[in-house]
Write a protein that binds this ligand. Sequence first.
Ligand SMILES: CC(C)(COP(=O)(O)OP(=O)(O)OC[C@H]1O[C@@H](n2cnc3c(N)ncnc32)[C@H](O)[C@@H]1OP(=O)(O)O)[C@@H](O)C(=O)NCCC(=O)NCCS
Length: 231
Amino acid sequence: MSSSLPAAQSALDTVPFTIRVAGHADTAAFMELIAHADPNDPDPFGLARDILARRPERPLSHHRDLCLLAEDGTGTVVGALLGGVPRWLLEHPGIDTLALADRMVSRLGMIHAVAVHPDHRRRGIGQALIQRAEQRFAQAGYGLMTLNHAPELDDYYRSLGYTVDDALLVHLPQQRLIGMTTDDTRMSAKPLHPSVRLADVPGAPHRVITSLLPGAALPPGASFDGTRLQY
Ligand SMILES: CC(C)(COP(=O)(O)OP(=O)(O)OC[C@H]1O[C@@H](n2cnc3c(N)ncnc32)[C@H](O)[C@@H]1OP(=O)(O)O)[C@@H](O)C(=O)NCCC(=O)NCCS
């Protein structure tokens, strides 16, 4: 049996693609593409419609939101990525002051969704979108990228440098540790700066994200007593 691909597929594999920020005029194509990331929801990521209606603004594409798309040589949209602020950061009881929330939303980013058109998968488009997003967040001063995904994509995200886990534990100043988990998806993370680490801490049920904020560096010998970090 031949292992060569059908001619049409081979031709598709060589079509170049480019990645750019999505704007208001891209709304329909962006929404159609991003819906592939959650096909069971009639209007997943409806929030992106509002984001794209806004004017582009630093530090990401639309202030603290990022809308990227991939298009082929004819301008057809073949992939989309939506990133921004993890919603849990705004609701977590451990993030108890506006100042702390402000610092966290400027350091901890999230890819809410990434999707590639089924006809264009496995050509590196998903990887290129994710890497471009990581670059944009890193340039904007973020220290960590996070994302939720189904267990079927564990290997995919591992291959892109993510630590795959069921929860996020984040070291805050004053020896505090906050956690976040979801019932049915992974919570994976990747440092965007060499100073940010995922550390094994005795007593902590998951790896701990440390040095994300000033005053939250973990000295050797630190442990977790169930309430606070001890060091
Ligand atoms: C997940 C997704 C974005 C990947 O995009 P893609 O452009 O096809 O991926 P890439 O070409 O960058 O993949 C590179 C490698 O990752 C692996 N990979 C890709 N998709 C995979 C999948 N669904 N499961 C496991 N591994 C996968 C492959 O090993 C591939 O390498 P290969 O060419 O040697 O096979 C795409 O499959 C998709 O849109 N899926 C539906 C939406 C979704 O699940 N989004 C993620 C959650 S928000």
